[in-house]
Structures are given as C-alpha cells and as structure tokens.
Design a protein around this ligand. Structure first.
Ligand SMILES: Cc1cc2nc3c(=O)[nH]c(=O)nc-3n(C[C@H](O)[C@H](O)[C@H](O)COP(=O)(O)O)c2cc1C
Length: 202
C-alpha cells in the first residue's frame, strides 16, 4: 500500500473513543502542511469526547480542518470514490466504527468514507482505542490488517522519558503520520529512537 502523496486531500475521521487530544494535535500539525487539504468527519460521540477531553469547542476543533463534513451527509464529496483523495485516518477509532469498517457497514459518512478508501485501495490508517481488547476487537483488527489497513494503536513509548501527556501525544501523532508518509513536523513532535548506546551515554 502506498502512502499519501503530495499534494492531496486527507480525510480525518474522529470517533467517540477516548483520545480526542490526539486528533486535535494531529490537526494542529496538519494545518501547517501547505500541500494538504484536510477533510474532517466527526461522529456524534466524538463531539462529546472533544468537549470533555480537549480545550476546544466542537466548532473550534472543526476549524482546525480545511473542510468539515456532516456525519450523516452521505452525499458529501468524500462519499464517492470518484472524488480524488489521497488517504484517510480515523483517530481515535472506536471498536464500533472499527467493526463497521471491517464489515463494510457504511451507514454514516465516516464509515462510508473508510469503505470508499478501502475499495479504491487508498491508504487507510486506524488508531483503535480500547482496553482490554476482546476477541471480537482483535479479530476485526487482524482482518483489517490483512486488507492492508495500518493499525496504529495509540500506545505510549517511554524510551524518550516523556515528561508530560503532551509529549506522549506528540509521539503517538508522529507514529501515525509516519504511516501516512507525512513526517511533517518531525523535529517538533519528538525524538526518534537514537539507538541504545546513544541513549545510555546520556
Ligand atoms: C467518554 C467516552 C469514552 C469512550 N471511550 C471509548 C473507547 O476508548 N473505545 C471505544 O471503543 N469506545 C469508547 N466509548 C464508546 C463509544 O463512544 C461508543 O461505542 C459509540 O457508539 C462509538 O460510536 P462512533 O464510533 O460512531 O463514535 C466511549 C464513550 C465515551 C462517552
């Protein structure tokens, strides 16, 4: 599977799993990428997690994207494979939306856009968030991974000794953007693995 080539449009889906600050940070970073047009789709429950978990109102959050689509608007541009889009990321991805995407159950714009991304064989990155994971969750992820979907759970790394939640979030955003071929704001987002000997020497 290829990554997002510049210039292009990227669909950013946000669902009602906890982790809205990760999506917010990603949009803050992506809006600085001049060649990229972000198309945001918020699920109904994402609106609640955004309000609870981020300093943004839903309106302010939406303004981080170039275009915002309505969740129920199945007639939107991104609902059709004929509309040129480079790829899609769902961050965070609830187990409900994960299941819907796995089964092609496209009853809202977010799952429809993901379904289109799959059928057009465009890059699709999911950031699934749940713990612990049931057999259903794991099976759905395995099936999607076998379809070429990048499964990137928002797992923290500790080797760079993060000093804040913001640093943990930045590291996760960096790893998700890597999967899209968009290492846009690398230096800003954190450190890459320097090698154990380098790390020990510090
Ligand atoms: C505050 C909050 C946190 C939630 N966290 C998760 C989560 O981490 N993972 C998950 O799969 N569902 C989580 N849920 C449940 C989903 O919001 C729920 O399954 C919803 O139907 C998902 O729909 P959506 O995928 O269309 O947003 C959470 C709900 C709330 C209110």
């Amino acid at each position: 599977m290829t990554t997002v080539a510049a210039p292009g449009r990227l669909i950013v889906g946000v669902t009602g799993a906890t982790g809205a600050p990760i999506a917010a940070r990603m949009l803050e970073i992506l809006r600085r990428v001049p060649y990229l047009e972000t198309h945001l789709i918020l699920s109904t429950w994402a609106r609640s997690t955004i309000e609870v978990e981020t300093p943004y109102s839903v309106r302010e959050f939406s303004e981080l994207a170039d275009v915002t689509h309505r969740f129920g608007e199945l007639g939107a541009t991104v609902s059709s494979g004929s509309y040129p889009v480079a790829g899609m990321v769902v961050v965070p991805c609830s187990m409900k939306s994960l299941a819907a995407i796995r089964h092609g159950f496209a009853d809202n714009l977010l799952t429809r856009a993901a379904d289109v991304t799959l059928k057009e064989r465009r890059p699709l990155v999911l950031v699934p968030r749940e713990t612990p994971l049931s057999e259903i969750h794991l099976e759905n992820m395995l099936a999607l991974a076998r379809m070429g979907v990048r499964i990137v759970p928002p797992m923290p790394a500790f080797y760079d000794r993060p000093g804040s939640v913001a640093e943990v979030v930045d590291h996760i955003v960096m790893r998700v953007l890597d999967q899209l071929g968009l290492p846009a704001a690398d230096a800003e987002l954190g450190e890459r693995w320097p090698g154990l000997s380098d790390l020990r020497a510090r």
